[in-house]
Design a protein around this ligand. Structure first.
Ligand code: SDX
Length: 474
């Protein structure tokens, strides 16, 4: 395809997606402008008084400048920027920089940051180590967590000191891993060792940003988790890893390294928006898990590994996979009412609905819904999923919207978008993790600046003064 045609297609995709996002923003503002102004946004004098429910509902754990979720308005803000604007005008790389460094990058910094992320997506040693495990039979999130441990083995700055003392901890035959770089047009894989572009001694690492081992580890994780997630998808298909392509964006390279084909401009732009939407979300369970581990001064690789573990649960990041199973089980829009009546009788929680903080429509679902509609029009199965989802949303919101403030959340439409990109459902939560690493890292780095180990209390409702009876007398 000529570069002019690609440029034209990219411009068309950009305009189409930006228009969808700005329309969603207008609708959100119209529907929620009457809502009260944000709460929980003024500086506090510690200790603070808060009403805490089970699961730490309502508890205030710390102050943060990184992101804000206004549940009543259905607002999501990263470092003061509205999520609709970031999706319309920014990119995942720029949002990751914003979350981590607290400001939008200047042009030179942004080029350096994109270069460093690209270079750090190239982790042949970690991929080779990963291939020595039965990844194809593992839960993808368990494999992703394993991958971060293998990255840690090689790249944790503390281990690097150890490595220097004891010699290299693991073989460094990084040239040993054959890389399948699918040539344009040819059908047979070309095994290519480290590409000249990346061979050691290539363009030096831009040091304009890093500044500390912790930030370097964050860059490694933001880039490396995407490569590991793509590798897991490849191995589950019985294929070997692909190295990143220097001319693709972060989102484009994730798709390329996962599928083995260069994404269309529309797919690349939609994946980029999905990564922006999932990047940070306040003190959600997986972010909190990462912060708790980091607060013990464990290292950031192990902290991010705990975030991956927490995210994998179906009540959190695993809901997107459950939504597709649920929509397939319902089968068609006409079957929704019967299914929903049965679900209500069984007091079943409808996957993709409800939220601890949002008591309004999740702004992320406001964008993912129209994106799912756009992409689903091209695919029979996806268009049936989308039609069923719309019918289900109508039923659930009619019965629980006003009464319990239950609306679609980020997971309700994301799976349909990924289904349209032919991504297997079991990988959906790994995509959530690929994006959220930026938020996890940013919040860990911010909290460590004024660290205090997390240590809540439990109300003891057990007994006292029990008398010990030796086992022979029990
Ligand atoms: C994510 O925290 C974050 O920010 C998370 C996240 C992020 O970006 O990190 O936004 C990502 O995790 C989105 C949520 C994905 N999970 C799901 O879609 C699973 C289904 N949702 C529910 O499990 C639930 O809504 C939670 C877990 C999301 C929130 O649960 P809460 O705040 O603990 O609410 P709850 O279980 O106490 O329910 C309160 C009431 C109950 O009714 P009553 O007992 O008071 O009569 O609301 C009902 C619940 O039965 N309810 C639902 C429901 N969710 C809550 N009823 C039907 N279907 C649902 N989905």
């Amino acid at each position: 395809m000529s570069s002019d045609t690609t440029r034209q297609q990219t411009a068309t995709a950009d305009d189409q997606i930006t228009r969808i996002i700005l329309e969603a923003r207008e609708q959100a503002y119209q529907e929620t402008d009457h809502e009260p102004e944000p709460g929980l946004t003024a500086k506090v004098e510690w200790p603070v008084t808060c009403t805490v429910g089970p699961g730490l509902e309502g508890a205030i754990a710390c102050e943060s400048k990184i992101g804000y979720v206004n549940g009543s308005k259905g607002w999501l803000i990263y470092r003061g920027y509205d999520i609709f604007d970031l999706c319309a005008y920014s990119s995942y790389e720029e949002v990751a920089f914003l979350l981590l460094h607290g400001r939008l990058p200047k042009a030179r910094e942004f080029d350096a940051f994109k270069t460093t992320l690209f270079r750090r997506m190239y982790i042949p040693e970690t991929q080779r180590l990963l291939l020595s495990f039965p990844v194809q039979d593992m839960n993808p999130m368990a494999a992703l967590r394993l991958g971060t441990n293998l990255m840690r083995q090689k790249q944790t700055y503390r281990d690097r000191q150890l490595e220097e003392e004891r010699g290299r901890l693991i073989a460094t035959d990084e040239d040993s891993i054959p890389m399948e770089t699918r040539p344009t047009g040819k059908r047979r894989p070309v095994f290519q060792f480290i590409s000249s572009m990346l061979r050691r001694g290539a363009a030096p690492e831009p040091d304009v940003l890093v500044g500390s081992d912790e930030i370097a580890s964050c860059y490694n994780l933001i880039a490396g988790v995407a490569s590991i997630a793509a590798t897991i998808g490849r191995v589950r298909e019985g294929r070997i890893p692909i190295e990143p392509a220097p001319d693709l964006s972060f989102a484009g390279n994730y798709l390329y390294m996962l599928t083995g084909r260069r994404p269309t401009p529309l797919e690349e732009r939609v994946m980029d928006v999905c990564l922006i939407l999932h990047a940070d979300h306040g003190m959600n369970a997986s972010t909190f898990a990462s912060m708790v581990v980091a607060s013990t001064l464990s290292d950031i690789y192990l902290a991010i590994g705990s975030g991956i573990s927490a995210l994998s649960g179906p009540l959190h990041g695993g809901a997107n996979v459950e939504v597709i199973k649920m929509l397939d089980e319902i089968g068609s829009p006409g079957a929704v009412s019967k299914w929903y009546r049965a679900a209500q009788e069984e007091k079943k929680k409808v996957m993709g609905f409800g939220h601890r903080v949002y008591k309004a429509y999740d702004p992320r679902a406001r964008i993912l819904g129209p994106l799912a509609k756009l992409l689903a029009a091209e695919s029979g199965h996806a268009s049936k999923l989308y039609a069923t989802a719309v019918a289900l949303e109508k039923e659930v919101v009619a019965s629980l919207g006003e009464k319990k403030k239950i609306f679609p959340n980020v997971d309700f439409y994301s799976g349909i978008v990924y289904e349209c990109m032919q991504i297997p459902a079991e990988l959906y939560t790994t995509i959530f993790a690929v994006s959220r690493v930026a938020g996890w890292c940013a919040r860990v780095i911010e909290y460590l600046a004024n660290n205090r180990i997390f240590r809540p209390r439990a109300i003891y409702t057990g007994s006292f003064n029990e008398e010990y009876v030796p086992v022979e007398k029990r």
